[in-house]
Design a protein around this ligand. Structure first.
Ligand code: AKG
Ligand code: FE2
Length: 271
């Protein structure tokens, strides 16, 4: 087993959990991803298109796979990962979004230095669990992490329209920290704070360097970018009562116009 330095989520902005998933689980997920990529590359219909983001096999991103393929639950809900999130997020945790990321050969597949969800700074903090399904080395495109960069808040950034990873940290504002290359074995999990500056180089190897990533949030405020909120741990009536104490009858009702639009939308969807 490769030796991994010890990193602390609070201090460094990331940590690495070794051997979280057994080999059979990783292999099953890896096979599933291969078939999803093959389907996406054929350009077949996406029955989920109105709820979830379309897969981008050309960019090495398959979105919202957990909602489409419940087998991913085995990777997303493992106690060791949730236990590592709990000191930061609390005991009630839900999934914000999830995706599979990989390095398609022959495509521009570099990921410039960025912080996750930088265009939504008003939202609650997210932690990301990045599960290696393949061996991850410098040669196959390991994530480059700037230890401690999460302590500086959101950094000045700019958007490059038309690029896959369009939002990136301004080069002159990057912390002058030596990047750590997170080399991982299949089944290891990298957990990082969304504020941690990270990216990865362009590589072209036969390994697709597939990873399954989930971003998680606590219950301070429920926000999801698309689809529905999905509770990953806790969230029972006791937690709801302690956080959402207003009687439902007192909540503001959506306007007549909104209710009418929703009704028409539902009718159209049932056609
Ligand atoms: O796949 C990569 O190299 C980068 C992915 C990334 O930025 C992320 O998972 O947040
Ligand atoms: Fe990222």
């Amino acid at each position: 087993m490769r030796k991994t330095q010890l990193f602390d989520l609070q201090r460094d902005g990331f940590t690495i959990l070794k051997d979280v998933h057994p080999a059979e689980r990783v292999r099953a997920a890896r096979d599933l991803v291969a078939s999803i990529i093959a389907y996406a590359e054929r350009g077949l219909e996406d029955p989920f298109f109105q709820y979830y983001l379309p897969h981008r096999a050309d960019q090495g991103a398959l979105y919202d796979v957990l909602q489409r393929h419940p087998d991913f639950w085995d990777l997303a809900r493992v106690p060791r990962v949730l236990d590592a999130l709990a000191p930061t997020l609390g005991d009630d945790i839900f999934m914000y979004e999830n995706s599979v990321v990989y390095k398609p050969k022959g495509r521009r597949n570099a990921v410039p230095f960025h912080q996750d969800f930088i265009s939504r700074p008003e939202e609650p903090l997210k932690l990301i669990a990045w599960t290696a399904l393949d061996e991850v080395t410098v040669a196959t495109g390991a994530m480059k992490l700037l230890p401690g960069s999460h302590t500086k808040g959101f950094l000045p950034w700019h958007r490059v329209p038309g690029e896959t990873h369009h939002d990136r940290i301004r080069k002159d504002m990057l912390p002058k920290t030596e990047p750590y290359h997170a080399e991982l074995e299949p089944g290891d999990v990298l957990i990082f704070n969304q504020l941690l500056v990270h990216g990865s180089d362009e590589v072209h190897t036969d390994s697709l360097r597939i990873a399954f990533r989930v971003s998680y949030q606590g219950f301070d405020r429920l926000v999801v970018p698309r689809g529905s909120p999905i509770v990953v741990r806790g969230g029972g009536p006791h937690a709801l009562a302690s956080r959402f104490s207003r009687p439902a009858a007192q909540l503001p009702r959506p306007s007549l116009l909104k209710r009418a639009a929703r009704y028409v939308g539902r009718r159209l969807m049932s056609i």
